[in-house]
Structures are given as structure tokens and as C-alpha cells.
Design a protein around this ligand. Structure first.
Ligand code: 6PG
Length: 279
């Protein structure tokens, strides 16, 4: 979708604490790209590195393209970035359904990130259990461990219309996992196996950023943000232990949300990492 000049200057409005509503998917992508740059800048300033888990699905595609663009690419110190994934499909890296393949095509091939800083989930390995063990070892080599779990500076997530996130699906026993870092569930409704970070790993993150767009997710988003169900959905259960959970959504997905009060239009903090001309 073309990014009209007017959208570039529209600020998201905070409809509920930590829930930013943007006019359309392009503004969601732009807001998310700005926050990626800010979080990278903060982590690198504090720790010398930025550890991020990218999400899959289609929603983050436009954000990855923006991060690869001249407007944003130069704002990130890519050699200090380590990229992991929150989940992956059991397909080869060049398969159209590969989350790694999409991020590589749209972002990683266009930025100076060292190959050793890109940690693909090898969910296509016939011995997927061994691949999950190897992935956990890669996380252990790179990430700080906090309370027994690796602490990402940022975990990017999407949400399905059924309330799943990463490859944590409603009703899965995986939602009760309390010790493993990586799991390889068979998703019955998809008839496919996945590899995914577990809930405690995602909840150990400094920040969890959900990107949700489209009217087909409006009822689920209201349930996730406002519901009181005895059996919460995976995206609803997910509560960072010490970190921040932010939803960046478009008007279509937010259509059924009632504003707590019109909290604010959240001006992006101008600062070293805010790309000029993007406010
Ligand atoms: C995946 C994702 C999954 C995704 C949601 C939303 O591998 O499919 O990790 O959790 O984020 O299904 O997908 P869309 O962005 O395509 O709506």
C-alpha cells in the first residue's frame, strides 16, 4: 500500500494502556519500524548489542521492507544486532512459507548484519528435536539468561484470528510449559509441525511488540485485551514478567475496542534514532 505523505505524519493514538492504534497497515509498519530502531539504539547504548526475535506471518512484511529502506536502515548498528525467530514452519529456508526466508528477502539481504548474527530455526530438519536443542544452544551462547530464561531485548509477534501467537495455539499443552525454551508442536488444525519459542521465553523479554491488522482480528483483539475468559487465548495469556507488552494495531483491528479514555496521541520521541522526516 503506498505510503501517502499524510500518513507519514499521523501519530498513533493510545486507545488503552500499551495499545497504539494506527490509521492503516502502512502506519502500523512505520510505527513498528520506529520502535525497532529506538529499542535497538537503547539496547546497543546499554549493552553493546540488540537481541531480537522476529515474528512470522504476513503482517511484519511491510515493517521489514521499511527497516531495509534508506529512511531506516542507516539508523541501526546492524553488526551489533543478533536476529532470532519467535517461530518457524517445518519448511526449507527458500520455501515461500518460511518466516526466515521472508525476513531474509525483505530485510536481512539489504542490511550489513554479519551472517553469524542470524540464527535460523531449522524447523525443516527431519530430526527437529535435535534442531530445537541446537537452537536452544545458540540462544544460550548469545543471550543473557534471566531467571532461567533467555531475555530478548525485543520479541516481535503477530496474532492469528484464533488468538494464537508465535506457534502457541489455543488448547495446546505447550501453554503449560514452564521449563523448556524451544518446542516443536504438531499443530493439528494445520496438520503441520512447527518450531516455537515457549511462553516463558517470550515472557522473559524486555519488550514484546504485537503487530495486529485487519477487521478479521477485531473480535479476537477485543477478547485478548478486554476479555475475562476462564480459558484465555495464547496472546491473552502472554504477560512479560518484567518487560513491556505493546500492541500496534490498525483501525480495522481496533474497531471493537472501547477507549479507556483517549489516553494520548503518542508522539514518537524525537531523538538520535528517530529518522528525520518520519514524524
Ligand atoms: C506464523 C506466525 C504466526 C503469525 C500469525 C499472524 O509463523 O504464522 O508466527 O504466529 O504471526 O499467524 O499471521 P499474519 O501476520 O499472516 O496474520
Amino acid at each position: 500500500m503506498a505510503d501517502s505523505g499524510a500518513n507519514r505524519n499521523r501519530l498513533p493514538r493510545e486507545i488503552l494502556p500499551g495499545v497504539l492504534v494506527c490509521s492503516d497497515p502502512t502506519e502500523v509498519a512505520r510505527t513498528a519500524a520506529r520502535r525497532f530502531v529506538d529499542y535497538a539504539w537503547q539496547a546497543i547504548a546499554r549493552h553493546g548489542r540488540f537481541h531480537v526475535a522476529l515474528s512470522g506471518g504476513s503482517t511484519p512484511l511491510e515493517m521489514y521492507r521499511l527497516l531495509a529502506s534508506n529512511e531506516f536502515r542507516l539508523q541501526v548498528d546492524w553488526p551489533r544486532v543478533h536476529v532470532f525467530w519467535s517461530d518457524e514452519r517445518a519448511v526449507p529456508p527458500d520455501h515461500p512459507d518460511s518466516n526466515y526466508g521472508m525476513a531474509r528477502r525483505e530485510l536481512l539481504l539489504h542490511v550489513p548484519i554479519p551472517p553469524g548474527n542470524v540464527h535460523r530455526m531449522e524447523a525443516d530438519d527431519p530430526r527437529i528435536g535435535r534442531a530445537a536443542h541446537n537452537y536452544e544452544a545458540a540462544m544460550r551462547r548469545v543471550l543473557q539468561v534471566d531467571g532461567g530464561f533467555p531475555a530478548f531485548h525485543l520479541v516481535l509477534l503477530g496474532m492469528g484470528a484464533d488468538g494464537h501467537t508465535a506457534s502457541l495455539f489455543p488448547g495446546s499443552s505447550l501453554l503449560r510449559e514452564t521449563s523448556r525454551w524451544v518446542s516443536t508442536p504438531i499443530i493439528l488444525k494445520l496438520g503441520a509441525r512447527r518450531m516455537t519459542l515457549t511462553l516463558p521465553v517470550i515472557e522473559a523479554a524486555e519488550r514484546v511488540l504485537f503487530l495486529v491488522t485487519g477487521s478479521e482480528k477485531a473480535a479476537t483483539l477485543r477478547e485478548v485485551l478486554c476479555g475475562k475468559s476462564e480459558c484465555p487465548l495464547p496472546a491473552q495469556m502472554l504477560k512479560p514478567r518484567h518487560g513491556e507488552r505493546i500492541f500496534v494495531v490498525d483501525e480495522a483491528a481496533a474497531a471493537l475496542l472501547e477507549p479507556a479514555t483517549e489516553l494520548s496521541s503518542t508522539p514518537e520521541k524525537p531523538g538520535p534514532s528517530t529518522p528525520r522526516g518520519s514524524l
